[in-house]
Design a protein around this ligand. Structure first.
Ligand SMILES: *Cc1c(COP(=O)(O)O)cnc(C)c1O
Length: 380
């Protein structure tokens, strides 16, 4: 399913992102089918990849949009998402972003602090509007993932802590331009152990009881995103197990009549459909290590440098005997390394290298560091 056409690749100038829109569609189809079984609403987290053809596909399959900036809301709306399908999260929403979202009358602001509630109320009042909000609650659930992509622990900056909720409810009584419609959770990313989501369900159930005890009806339960993908074997499991994922929420989440459940998936929908294609510039033999120096670097895919994350690396053009390389980029940083001691067929200048699973948090995190040109996207 991941097969790329070598001739097609060789015509392009490296480095570039190769997107497989067929795989994207199959992934969306699988996700949609499983979510529909339970009438779940899935919002695509634009921050994973906001390229127009990706957004087109999301819209085609009926996904909503999960945004974390004003420009993401703008991108969603300009690409045809209906404002009533847009949710807006983030610990640091600026006044301009909030005003834009208010003008667009988006579905829901996922609010992350008591101070934010105060400011949002003030800005909504100025516009003579009422903003629909969900409280983003920090459930103190460990996502068992890299510490930089864990967001649901009390030590993280995200969300409102349980011990603040009582005073937030008091506060909300005074904020006449906010309408509380739900609660929101997002505990982290690249979560591959489904028991983590079971733990989340348990916490959500407890919070539901807490609100019910205070006679507050919540229509919307948003459990965020975070479902991981298999970076080690992208070819064996290119489509995540959405059946198990949504089925687990159906089994463990306790709902009241009329409640709607929302998800915010990013990585799981787009990671495997993108591959970073690069050319080997130089081979350099070190003391104990041979380096394969690529024309792509952390400017095109920063995940290995930022989160020590693994990406499968493949030499697409050599079939020689195996050797061991540190596969590095050209950027003036020692962390600009895609993989250490990678086993590849003997590699030489001009070989084409694929770095798999780069569809999520790849191109969107690209930078111009070292005044690099932006790598282009190619749709195959
Ligand atoms: C990043 C983010 C998501 C998507 O996370 P994935 O791990 O890519 O699924 C969902 N919700 C919020 C609030 C986020 O910040």
């Amino acid at each position: 399913m991941l097969n790329l056409n070598l001739e097609e690749l060789q015509q392009q100038q490296t480095p570039f992102y190769a997107y497989n829109l067929n795989l994207l569609r199959q992934t969306l189809q699988a996700s949609k089918q499983e979510a529909d079984k339970y009438n779940y609403h899935v919002h695509y987290a634009l921050k994973a990849n906001a390229n127009a053809p990706v957004l087109d596909a999301m819209r085609e399959f009926g996904f909503g949009a999960d945004c974390v900036s004003g420009n993401e809301i703008k991108a969603a709306i300009e690409n045809g998402f209906a404002p009533q399908d847009v949710v807006f999260a983030g610990v640091g929403k600026s006044d301009a972003e909030i005003n834009y979202a208010l003008e667009q009358d988006i579905f829901c602001f996922n609010c992350e602090s008591s101070h934010e509630l105060e400011v949002l109320n003030e800005l909504a009042e100025k516009k003579g509007r009422v903003a629909r909000i969900a409280l983003r609650i920090n459930p103190n659930v460990n996502a068992n993932t890299h510490k930089y992509i864990t967001t649901g622990l009390e030590e993280n900056k995200f969300g409102i802590n349980a011990w603040e909720l009582e005073s937030v409810l008091e506060q909300l009584k005074e904020l006449k331009h906010l309408e509380l419609i739900g609660i929101h959770f997002h505990i982290g990313s690249q979560i591959t152990d489904l028991t983590v989501f079971k733990n989340l369900c348990t916490r959500v159930n407890e919070f539901q009881e807490w609100f019910l005890a205070r006679n507050i009806q919540l229509q919307h339960i948003n459990v965020g995103g975070g479902l991981g993908v298999d970076y080690y074997h992208p070819e064996q499991q290119p489509i995540p197990d959405f059946e198990a994922y949504f089925g687990l929420f159906n089994q463990f989440l306790e709902l009241r009549p009329g409640q709607e459940v929302h998800f915010e998936l990013g990585r799981a929908l787009v990671a495997q459909c993108g591959t970073l294609i690069s050319k080997v510039l130089y081979i350099k033999n070190g003391q104990n290590t041979n380096f394969a120096i690529l024309d792509a670097g952390m400017t095109e895919l920063i995940r290995p440098a930022l989160y020590q994350s693994y990406h499968k690396i493949e030499n697409l053009t050599s079939e020689k005997a195996e050797a061991r390389y540190d596969v590095v980029g050209p950027i003036c940083e020692s962390s600009d390394c895609f993989g250490k001691a990678v086993i590849l067929p003997e590699t030489q200048r001009g070989d084409l290298i694929a770095i798999w699973s780069a569809g999520a948090y790849g191109e969107v995190m690209a930078s111009a560091y070292n005044l690099r040109d932006k790598a282009k996207a190619v749709y195959l």
